[in-house]
Every structure is written in C-alpha cells, then in structure tokens.
Design a protein around this ligand. Structure first.
Ligand code: BGC
Length: 451
C-alpha cells in the first residue's frame, strides 16, 4: 500500500476509533467520581449500584437501537449521533442536581457507548483492505484502553478541585466528544454500505483512495455479489439454519470475553489489591500499572494480529489467562498472601487479555458476518457482550466478599479452560481474507450444504 493511501486509511480509522476512546473513558470515569456522588446524592449501596450500572444498561439499549439505523441511514450518521449523545451526557450528568437526572444522563452516555462499541469496529472493518483489517480494527481497542487510562489520570488530576470535582471529572468528556463529532464530518461513508444503497460512484471514489482503481472495481463487484436479496426479516434470517453456526460463534466469543473476568479487574482492581492488605494509595498505584500493561500489550496484538492471525493470539492469550487465574485462586486461598505475587499474577492476566481477547473479540465480531446482515448480527453479539459485562460487574463484589477471591478466580479459570477448547474446535481463522471471502467461507458454504 502506498504512503498516501496508508495515511488516508489510518486517519479515517483513527477518527472512528475516537468512538472507542470515549467508550473507554465513559465506562472508567465513574470509578473516581463514586466517593463524591455518593455523598452529594446521599446514596446507599443499592442506589449506588444502580447509579453505576445505569451506564451498562444504556449500552445494551444503545446496541439494540443502532443496528437498523446503521443499515438504513449509514454508519457515519449513526456514529455522529453517538458523538452528540456523548456530549449531551457529559453536560447533563456534570450539571445534574437531582439523582434521577444524573441517572438519565448516565444512561444516555451508555446509549452512546453502546452505539460506538458497535459502529466504530464495524466502520473500520468495512473500510479496510483484508491485509490490514485486524490491525486497523484493533486501533479501536487501543483507543478503548487509552480512554480508560485517560479517565483514571484525569480523575486523579481533578480530585482536588473542590466540591464540584466530580462534575469536572464528568464534564471533561465533552472535549473528546466535540473532537469526535467535528472530525467525523470529514470521513467518507463506509463503501460497503454505499454499495448496498446503490451509490456506486461514491463507493468507488473511497475504495479507489484506499486500494487504487483496478482493485476498487473488483471490490465493488465482490461486494455487490455478496449482497444478494435483502432479507425482509433480518432477525429471523440471523437465527435461520444457514446462519446459525456463524451467529453462535460470534455470540460465544462475545460472552467469553466477559465471563473470563476482565472487568472484575478493570472495575474493581483497587478493591482486590486492598484485600492483600495494601494501603489505598498503593492500591491506586497498582491499578495504574494495570492500565499501563493493558495499553502496552494491546500494541503487541496490533503488531501480530494480521501476521500470525487471530486464532493463535486467542489460544496463547487464553492459556496465559488460565494459568494466572488458577495461580491467583491458589494465592488467595492462602492465609497470608504476598501482595507482590498477586500484583505480578494480575499483570500477567491483563497482559494475556490485552494481547488477545481484548482486540481479537472486536475484530472477529466485526468481520465474520455477511455484508447484508452485519448491522443486525453484530448487534445480537454485542448486546450479549454488554449483558455478560453487566452480570459480571453486578455479581463480582458479592463473589469476592462471600466466596472469597480464591473461588471467584477459580470460576473465571474454569471459564478460560472451556473457552480454550471452544477456540481450538470452533473458531475459524479469518486473517487475510476479504469480508466477501469470509462470507463465502462461513455462511454461503453452509447454505450450499443445506441445499
Ligand atoms: C472490553 C471491555 C474491557 C476492556 C479492557 C474491552 O475489549 O470489551 O469490557 O473493559 O476491553 O481493556
């Protein structure tokens, strides 16, 4: 690929990945605001739980409402709506003076996260050539982890700004939201969506900028070939016999990203570190180390995802997670656990996740479904992902306090073993194939078998 084409593609993907940055920022920012909103709104434990999880419920709603508009109005317009909602949520939650208003605006932010969690990877997958798709979609995961780190850091900087500190923490998100909206205006619509809508000239112009004119012509005819007749009832088709294999693989990959425990660490790390008898300041510092390792190891995945493929990364990462979870379960079952060993094992677990399940899950969900059903099929998998995230975040504190860390990590370890078997037996390698080739391989093949 020539430098100008490469730069165009990188720029456009980076703009879409800003959606990932806001996703990471918005999910993590609340951790620093919790102690202050708790006092301001006089929240008991139950109300605090609801106030925090209102965002995750919003995510589920956001994914559910975005599939159809993405197919009808386009990927770009749907992303623009999410940028606006991020802005509204930042302004509304930062200025709320009563609890229900605060919850409504956090829920609105959740809708924006839900939309971005679906549209950013989808848009990047649809605009990328096969040889670079894994890496470019992984930019979105890189942006998510940068967003998480930025939220931790900005909370830390704003904590001493007085009584309104939590308002500033939430308001900060307005800046990247404006940047996201303004830069989206300049990116082209997804060429695959354009072909679907019969806008061939526009699709050709974008594809030509990415792959040159002769390849662009070939791509348009491949995309047209893959569209076929539009289904009158997409949901029914998604769960029909010829689609079910690929749909279930996507759903299972999405669920396992969450039930192998990542957000028990991302959302509750300070609480876990505190259980090793360390002070709060040191627990926060160790949490920052978690964020840094998460970022560094995502870079490893970006480097290797298109070279060695998705499946080897998934296998190696899940193996690393399994080993560290069982070792953590053992460490937590001992009466005096060594803080340094727990930290080392948690960092190894995060490193393994960041180099595998973190980015590969999103890449995989964005590339395995056929062009004509991608919006709806992705939304099914991602709704399931957010629901699993919601459940794990809800039950983990109780697991930790009643069963103890040992059993909680043991359960996640068992999930990793199950996932490992599933990856080896069922997950196809998608590296280097165009979305249309994948469709032929994963869906049309089974359709032919059926006939
Ligand atoms: C997951 C999030 C998680 C993040 C951590 C993402 O891929 O979907 O649930 O918090 O990675 O880096």
């Amino acid at each position: 690929m020539k430098t100008t084409e490469g730069l165009f593609l990188l720029g456009v993907s980076a703009v879409a990945a800003l959606g990932g940055l806001l996703f990471g920022f918005d999910t993590a920012v609340i951790s620093g605001a919790i102690p202050f909103i708790r006092i301001y709104f006089k929240l008991n434990d139950i109300m605090l739980g609801w106030t925090v999880s209102s965002l995750l419920i919003g995510c589920i709603a956001g994914v559910l409402v975005s599939g159809r508009p993405a197919d009808i109005f386009g990927r770009k317009k749907t992303l623009l709506v999410s940028a606006l909602l991020f802005l509204v949520s930042a302004a509304g939650s930062a200025s709320a003076t009563v609890l229900w208003v605060f919850i409504v605006f956090r829920f609105t932010g959740g809708i924006a996260v839900g939309i971005a969690s679906m549209m950013s990877p989808m848009y990047i997958a649809e605009i990328s050539p096969a040889s670079h798709r894994g890496k470019l979609v992984s930019l979105n995961q890189l942006a998510i982890v940068i967003g998480i780190l930025a939220a931790f850091f900005s909370n830390y900087l704003l904590v001493d700004t007085g009584l309104n500190n939590w308002r500033w923490m939430l308001a900060v998100m307005g800046a990247p939201a404006v940047l996201f909206f303004a830069s989206l205006v300049f990116v082209p619509e997804s060429p695959r969506w354009l072909v679907q809508k019969g806008k061939m000239d526009e699709a050709f112009r974008t594809l030509e900028r990415i792959s040159g004119s002769s390849r662009a012509r070939e791509e348009i005819s491949e995309i047209r070939g893959s569209l076929g007749l539009r289904s009158k009832s997409p949901l029914r088709e998604i769960f029909s016999r010829h689609m079910s294999a690929v749909v279930w693989v996507g759903i299972i990959v999405a669920v396992f990203q969450q039930i192998t425990g990542i957000n028990s660490i991302m959302y509750y790390a300070p609480m876990i570190f505190a259980k090793t008898g360390t002070g709060m300041e040191s627990a926060l510092l160790q949490t920052a180390a978690v964020g840094a390792v998460n970022l560094l190891c995502t870079l490893i995945a970006i480097r290797y995802i298109d070279r060695i493929g998705r499946k080897p990364l998934l296998i190696a990462g899940t193996l690393g997670m399994t080993v560290s979870l069982f070792a953590l379960a053992f460490a937590f079952s001992q009466p005096d656990r060594e803080g340094a060993i727990v930290l080392g094992l948690i960092l190894f677990y995060i490193a393994s996740f960041a180099a595998s399940l973190g980015p590969v899950t999103w890449v995989f969900i964005a590339e395995i479904y056929p062009n004509r059903l991608r919006g709806e099929a992705m939304s099914v998998a991602i709704v399931v992902l957010w629901s699993a995230c919601f459940l794990v975040s809800l039950v983990f504190p109780a697991m930790l306090n009643t069963l103890g860390g040992g059993s909680a990590f043991f359960v996640f370890g068992i999930m990793c073993v199950l996932y490992l078997v599933f990856i080896i037996v069922k997950v196809p390698e998608t590296k280097g194939k165009s979305l249309e080739e994948l469709e032929h391989l994963l869906v049309s093949g089974s359709e032919r078998e059926k006939k």
